[in-house]
Design a protein around this ligand. Sequence first.
Ligand code: HEC
Ligand code: HEC
Length: 79
Amino acid sequence: MNRFAGIVMFCAVMSTLATGCAYRYYLGMHGPSIKSSLDIHQGVEKDRDCLDCHHPDQASEAPPTTHPRFTGCLKCHSS
Ligand code: HEC
Ligand code: HEC
């Protein structure tokens, strides 16, 4: 392999890795924190409880979630 091809390959691999990382970062992205309304969310721990208020079919003041099937709501929304 000549040197130019080597550099092209290197760039291709690096950009693939970089977008891969960015994508994973997006997946690990934190949602809006429940701490911005602590009084409402105090002591709420189970996904079920979250969905009691946030399920899209639920008529309530809480903003409906776009992802009611997710599990571990607090992993993304607690910090
Ligand atoms: C008693 C009903 C209730 C429960 C239970 C509840 N929420 Fe909420 N949640 C609300 C209401 C009402 C709001 C709107 C608060 C506001 O606008 O200040 C809200 C706002 C939010 C927001 C938007 C944050 C913001 O202020 O913009 C998120 C995210 C959220 N809740 C996630 C959760 C998660 C995750 C759980 C479970 C750990 C949960 N909620 C449990 C009623 C509830
Ligand atoms: C993988 C991380 C992740 C998980 C798990 C997760 N969420 Fe979210 N959530 C987000 C992100 C990112 C947003 C902001 C983008 C959007 O609105 O889709 C969001 C937005 C929201 C909102 C909208 C807040 C608003 O101001 O409109 C609510 C409500 C919410 N999530 C509730 C929940 C509930 C309830 C669960 C558990 C069933 C949950 N989330 C699980 C990442 C997550």
